[in-house]
Ligand binder design. Structure first.
Ligand SMILES: C[S@@+](CC[C@H](N)C(=O)[O-])C[C@H]1O[C@@H](n2cnc3c(N)ncnc32)[C@H](O)[C@@H]1O
Length: 446
């Protein structure tokens, strides 16, 4: 007997959408949702190239530092307050905090991105000295010394850079001779920020593509321009604010384990952490270690595939490149209800995607619990998140996260819906315009 896909779908998709949306409407009776299209160009900044520091490196999943400044001002943040971002990405929260005169702390599991924030926030660069060092770097590179450093073990290295690979290795070799750690970080970061543009690859969705029409930019000229732009921002920056940055897994972070030379800052942070503002990975199968693999491997943050595996395992369960046992952590009854409406078996054969979704919420619960502990009884949390859909059923991540926050004792929880999101072409015909496929700000106060 031939069993068609339809026969093993537990609930026809349209009925499933209806049931999920009925539940969401019910949840919205106690979690107010307001339309807030003011944020639509801030959650996914269009004019990032015009903003100092934001323009150093485009993190596609980043938001505007202006939004953070705006939110901190709206909530009356003071200069003794700290704002924490457990998913730093490109560091927009710390830049927004600094522009608002507020102190900023953050965690980020990707070492390249953690360094991006650290260099952006480093307050003691001397712009004139950096310019001189950049000039001497390019003089040394022009001398074409022999290349003595090894090639990264990323199998696609040659394919990525072809005729520019030698120049790239020579630049890196020269940067490694710099003895001042902060200057070396600055130089390496600038190189990391232009790698994709100078390669044959393009970040696309969940990985790299090699469009035949792509023309890599010339490495030396592009890097010179990148350094100019970074130095111009550093030159204009007036002062700095206290900050703490940890390259770590937010689900398991132990803030007390910061280096002892920072212990005063840590105490100050723990006493005055009043805000947390962040955007976690979304439950959309994106693997950041894959998307940012050029930077991770070419700058030697990752040296072999075992290290890549370790990094993937420490990232939030938002993608399928992790090991998932065939276990489904118990989360919220409402979430379980929606997850059971999704025809996982018929669509994907195995349980991996279902496991990913449930582990995602389990991870978010672990992070929220830590944040609740750090904020204490007088804090505000803003989580910018996009909802997902599987098997044509929308998963209202924002409402489920709001439910967690209420469980954790956040007394006031609201959602500001910034914009509707698209989905895969197969799902689009069922979900186009569905109000639960949105990106929003979940705001909660203790
Ligand atoms: C949506 S991005 C944050 C973007 C950021 N708000 C910005 O404007 O650039 C999510 C970030 O979470 C990081 N991440 C994933 N798993 C993590 C974990 N377990 N701990 C800390 N950071 C993690 C990813 O590497 C990524 O940079």
């Amino acid at each position: 007997m031939v069993i068609t896909r339809q026969l093993i779908i537990p609930v026809p998709a349209t009925a499933a959408i209806k049931k999920a949306c009925e539940l969401y409407r019910e949840l919205e009776k106690s979690i107010p949702v307001v339309d807030a299209s003011f944020y639509k160009d801030l959650v996914c900044p269009k004019n990032w190239k015009e903003h100092p520091y934001d323009r150093w490196f485009k993190l596609k999943e980043g938001y505007s530092s202006f939004m953070i400044k705006h939110l901190l001002e709206e909530f009356g943040a003071k200069k003794q307050d700290w704002v924490l971002d457990p998913f730093l990405g490109s560091g927009s929260t710390l830049i927004g905090a600094r522009n608002a005169g507020v102190k900023g702390a953050g965690f980020e599991v990707n070492p390249f991105l953690a360094k991006l924030s650290a260099v952006k926030m480093h307050g003691s660069y001397d712009a004139a000295k950096l310019s001189a060092r950049v000039r001497s770097l390019f003089t040394a590179v022009a001398e074409e010394r022999s290349i003595e450093i090894g090639m990264p073990a990323l199998t696609i290295t040659k394919k990525l850079f072809r005729e520019q690979l030698d120049t790239l290795l020579r630049i890196k070799q020269e940067i490694y001779t710099e003895i001042d750690e902060h200057v070396r970080d600055f130089l390496l970061l600038g190189l990391g920020c232009i790698l994709e543009r100078c390669s044959y690859a393009r970040k696309d969705g969940n990985g790299l593509k090699y469009p035949p029409s792509k023309k890599p930019l010339p490495l030396v000229d592009t890097l010179k321009k990148q350094y100019q732009l970074m130095i111009a921002d550093i030159e204009k920056q007036k002062g700095t604010t206290d900050h703490l940055i940890m390259n770590t897994d937010s689900r398991r972070v132990n803030i007390k384990k910061l280096p002892s030379d920072k212990s005063d800052l840590v105490h100050d942070f723990l006493d005055h952490a009043k805000f947390t503002m962040f955007s976690p990975p979304y439950a959309n199968c994106f693997d950041y270690t894959e998307v940012y693999k050029i930077e991770l491997w070419m700058l030697d943050y990752i040296k072999d595939y075992a290290q890549l595996k370790t990094l993937r395992e420490s990232s939030v369960s938002s993608h399928l490149n992790k090991q998932y046992e065939n276990d489904f952590p118990s989360t919220l009854p409402d979430l379980d209800y929606v997850v059971d409406l999704i025809p996982w078996d018929s669509t994907w054969g195995k349980h991996k995607m279902k496991a990913m979704v449930l582990h995602y919420f389990d991870d978010m619960k672990a992070v929220f619990t830590r944040l609740r502990g750090i904020l204490g009884d007088n804090g505000t949390l803003v989580c910018i998140v996009g909802n997902s859909a599987y098997g044509n059923v929308p998963i209202a991540t924002d409402l489920f996260l709001a439910e967690y926050l209420k469980e954790l004792g956040f007394g006031k929880v609201e959602i500001r819906a910034a914009r509707l999101l698209g989905t895969s072409s197969q799902q689009q015909k069922y979900l186009s315009g569905n109000p639960y496929l949105r990106e929003s700000l979940v705001i909660a106060s203790t």
